[in-house]
Design a protein around this ligand. Sequence first.
Ligand SMILES: [Zn+2]
Length: 275
Amino acid sequence: MPDKTASGRGPAVPSGLMVKCPTCGETLYSKQLEENLFVCPHCDHHGKVPGRKRVNQLADEGSFVEYDDELRSVDPLGFVDRKPYAKRLEAAVKKTGEGEAVICGLGELDGLPVSLAVMDFMFIGGSMGSVVGEKITRAMERALAKKRAMVMVCTSGGARMQEGILSLMQMAKTSAACARLREAGLPYLVVLTDPTTAGVMASYAQLGDVHVAEPGALMGFTGARVIEQTIKQKLPPGFQSSEFQLEHGFVDLICHRHQLKATLARLLRLLGVED
Ligand SMILES: [Zn+2]
């Protein structure tokens, strides 16, 4: 059935063809936006990148071999909020075409061998349940086994509440894996993208050797209102942005997405990774 406009006159623009930039309000062609790595060509707003596209932005063409794609979350608590967790998982798989909120594998980045993990915000807000934690831990263990550097691209609303304490345990598990990378002297680069918060920010997203952030990304442990209520102090504006975190030492550098791959490659080479 052909698309119709609301008034019923003539064909409408198929949904998804055009998008509006949330920062400058400019209407953009989705394809044009994607070609520009999901960065608004008018105002440089760094939009969210689907995990699979991010893998393609960073891994050299044809080099990425995915691992643990078959791992699927279960519903250990029989959790129901607005809808049952099992249904939520099913919907997320259908929407994203991914099995979980992180994609992990081995690949090359500008010719450098890496273990790569990329989170996908479109999959239940990039939340970390047991499978996300397990996949990331395995990606780090793969780095250890192959003596490769680890590159982690983060975006997450935090631990996945639908798995309760099992999600929180992933913070300890992934953090322990980060420590093993450090003991082995293997570089671990973290890319902080919009948004990276809560249990993820409080574990592997803050344990890298170098923290690279994208411009204007939101990052932090919890929301500004909750912090203000807890410490009973007004917080400075924009205190959870990449720029503020850079000024205060939590972020090492801010990198435009167009330069991200080249910057990561340069950092890896500086840290001793060889082709
Ligand atoms: Zn814009």
